[in-house]
Write a protein that binds this ligand. Structure first.
Ligand code: GLN
Length: 433
């Protein structure tokens, strides 16, 4: 059965950049379910801006692969969610169209960069949404808004139609209130797509199981160390205790490469961004380029007006890191550090099944609390290792500190997404009231 749905949310939190009032839906696994889509994922006929002025007015002529799959599953795509411009940020404050507010406390950020998707779910506007995660952008807002978010293994979801920020790091993934809904949405979007050369032939047809007896969980000391709020650490330790009661055993471990992981991440993501964002010239959409000026002047003016401060900073950092003479000093070194992160994970995963720790070092910040870029970057320390290694990672709510939610992060071996989902499910079911 196909039908139409009216969607007129009371968007007090600025979660949506675009809403579709009359939405059609079909039959299938998501028949009639309203789904929100992050605004960096192309939707045919629906404006897609990446929360940037440079893409204002851009209406994609085609659907991203995941959007096509949502439609085939009968979902109703009800709108495009707010985000940090091009995915660059941890709070959704870097949107050119105003920040999203955290529905649990509007003086706080929802996390980012998929903050609009998380807030729309937390506020009950939609049951599920798509986000993207380059260095934590699904898991961070999931943790800050008290919902579930999965960053799939690199290669399990097609990136065709995702407007790229940093290709080697990012994945599209499901966000919802429960692990079951995350699992259902994941089963729709995972699988091979010949239009993304990094996508693998691994579909996801899994029903979450609570059976985790005998599971070995690695607990990295770095995830409870310097920079992590001890109150957050305590809540997460308690959650790990619950997993032990369910029959899991914990094994302490260390990830020495974490010392360089964040720096490596910021060299790699800015380098890739500087190259990906070079195509935006304001000629076909966005702020109109002055064609009477020389190409150089027109390109400079339009990009200065069209990109926000953080995006310009990252383009400059990335261009610098890739420039001849500095390439070996920054980019090549970052790739070595990335390899060390991978090696640390494979060493640990030869002894344990999953790794657990907090998703974020703190709970949600107040709006404008992080005013300098560096302290903002530091808050990504616990999420970027999974992107550098390409492994699956889920954030599941596990309690609160001073009224704000805390996320338990569970990482797994590459392509072992089913397992991290099971551990999150087992936890969620055990603590369900
Ligand atoms: N906060 C990180 C960054 O700014 C991660 C963003 C993301 O995952 N898109 O790059």
């Amino acid at each position: 059965m196909t039908g139409t749905l009216s969607f007129e949310p009371d968007d007090r939190f600025n979660a949506f950049l675009t809403t579709c009032r009359k939405v059609s839906h079909g039959s299938g696994r998501l028949a009639g379910i309203p789904v929100a889509v992050k605004d960096n994922i192309s939707t045919q006929g629906i404006e897609t801006t990446c929360a940037s002025k440079i893409l204002k007015g851009y209406i994609p002529p085609y659907d991203a692969h995941v959007v096509r799959l949502l439609k085939e599953a009968g979902a109703a795509i009800v709108g495009k969610t707010n985000m940090d411009e091009f995915g660059m940020g941890t709070t959704t404050e870097n949107s050119a169209f105003g920040p999203t507010l955290n529905p649990l406390d509007t003086s706080r950020v929802p996390g980012g960069s998929s903050g609009g998707s998380a807030a729309a779910i937390a506020a009950g506007m939609v049951p599920m949404a798509l986000g993207t995660d380059t260095g934590g952008s699904i898991r961070c807002p999931a943790a800050f808004c008290g919902i579930v978010g999965l960053k799939p293994s690199y290669g399990r979801v097609s990136r065709y139609g995702l407007i790229a920020y940093a290709n080697s790091l990012e994945q599209i993934g499901p966000m919802a209130k429960t692990v079951t809904d995350v699992s259902t949405l994941y089963s729709v979007i995972a699988g091979h797509d010949p239009r993304d050369s990094t996508s693998y032939d691994r579909s996801y047809n899994h029903i979450p199981s609570v059976e985790i007896k005998g599971l070995k969980i690695g607990i990295p000391q770095e995830y409870f160390g310097k920079g992590v709020d001890p109150a957050v650490g305590n809540v997460v330790q308690k959650a790990i205790g619950t997993l032990e009661q369910l029959g899991a055993t914990t094994i302490p471990c260390t990830i020495p490469s974490m010392e360089y992981a964040l720096a490596a991440y910021y060299v790699i993501c800015t380098s890739e961004a500087s190259s990906n964002l070079a195509r935006f010239d304001g000629v076909r959409y966005g702020p109109a380029a002055d064609v009477k000026k020389s190409w150089h002047d027109a390109y400079r003016d339009v990009r200065r007006a069209g990109f926000g401060e953080e995006v310009r900073r990252r383009i400059m950092l990335g261009t610098f890191a890739l420039s001849s003479g500095y390439y070996g000093k920054y980019y090549a070194k970052a790739q070595v550090a990335r390899e060390n992160v991978r090696a640390d994970f494979s060493r640990i995963f030869s002894k344990v099944d999953v790794i657990a720790g907090p998703t974020m070092p703190t709970t949600a910040f107040r709006l404008k609390e992080k005013s300098d870029p560096l302290s903002m970057y530091l808050s990504d320390i616990l999420t970027v290792p999974a992107n550098l290694a390409g492994i699956p990672s889920i954030s599941v709510p596990c309690g609160k500190v001073a009224g704000m939610p805390v996320g338990l992060q569970i990482m797994g071996r590459h392509f072992d997404d089913e397992r991290v989902i099971d551990v999150a499910y087992a936890y969620e079911q055990a603590v369900r009231a």
